[in-house]
Design a protein around this ligand. Structure first.
Ligand code: PXL
Length: 277
């Protein structure tokens, strides 16, 4: 596998172990050159802190893209996470087109919702814009809530395989080529991910932990991207990312006041080992 260079576009939450402060170290640890485009700078993430600052960088994106075009800068993949506005979503599509090589991949984590609700500040217009970006994705990484918003399907906490199948079919109809649907649980003790690749489904099931922490979606997506770019199949990348995320949550469980994120850093060696297997 040749040396790969990717661009990740998401916010910098200065404190909170999410988005770019997770993506950059994890993907770099996977051995991939990781270029960044911050969509916004926040003092903390928005889930649980109050009074956070928010500096929108939407307009900077235009000049950054112009400069990269002039320098003929290209990426093997663009991976997007939390985006701050509908306009940004449109710019992301332009940036992908301007920086792509023939075989470049677009990986989209539509980070906008969880547990049946949109994150603060997002609305129906944002969801509609996100649908357009997701339609272009080579790999889409939604949780069930995000999949429901993207497909206008009712969100349920209890469901069966038909419900999940219907979500995946609707996402495929939207245009998404490959889908990694996270947080799919058919029994109380277990959860897992469904990998829908070229119309075929595979399920990787793993232990469901009693505690959950903020930012695990970003840990999952970043380690998936790192493993995929290291040449793993989508199923293997989904499995490696799931195992890594579980270990990060376990490492965080021992401390009650670490609610804002997961301690992913001490577990990086396990991720690196898994890539070598
Ligand atoms: O982890 C997703 C995320 C990323 N960035 C910001 C967020 C969130 C989720 O709430 O608030 C700023």
């Amino acid at each position: 596998m040749s040396y790969q260079r990717i661009l990740t576009i998401q916010d910098i939450s200065c404190v909170g172990q999410c988005s770019l402060t997770v993506a950059l170290p994890i993907i770099s640890a996977c051995g991939i050159e990781t270029c960044v485009l911050p969509s916004a700078v926040l003092s903390t993430h928005t889930a649980g802190f109050s009074g956070y600052t928010f500096r929108d960088l939407t307009e900077d994106m235009v000049d950054i893209k112009k400069h990269w075009s002039k320098e003929q800068i290209k990426f093997d993949a663009v991976y997007t996470g939390y985006l701050g506005s509908t306009k940004q979503i449109e710019y992301v599509a332009d940036i992908f087109d301007a920086t792509r090589k023939q075989s470049s991949l677009l990986l989209v984590d539509p980070a906008m919702a969880d547990n049946g609700n949109l994150y603060p500040g997002f609305d129906g217009a944002f969801v509609n814009s996100m649908k357009k970006l997701c339609a272009k994705a080579d790999y889409l990484l939604p949780n069930i809530t995000e999949a429901c918003f993207l497909t206008d399907q009712e969100y349920r906490t209890e469901y069966d395989r038909d419900y999940i199948g219907s979500l995946l079919q609707k996402l495929t109809a939207l245009g998404c080529k490959n889908i990694i649907l996270t947080g799919v649980s058919y029994s109380p003790a277990m959860t897992g991910v469904v990998v829908c690749e070229n119309g075929k489904y595979a399920y990787y099931e793993h232990q469901k932990l009693a505690n959950s922490c903020h930012g695990t979606g970003d840990i999952y997506a970043s380690s998936f991207v790192g493993a995929l770019m290291r040449g793993k199949s989508a199923y293997d990348a989904a499995r490696i990312a799931a195992d890594y995320t579980v270990e990060c949550i376990k490492a965080t469980a021992q401390e009650d006041n670490h609610w804002y994120g997961a301690k992913f850093e001490p577990i990086l060696p396990k991720l690196i080992d898994a890539l070598g297997e």
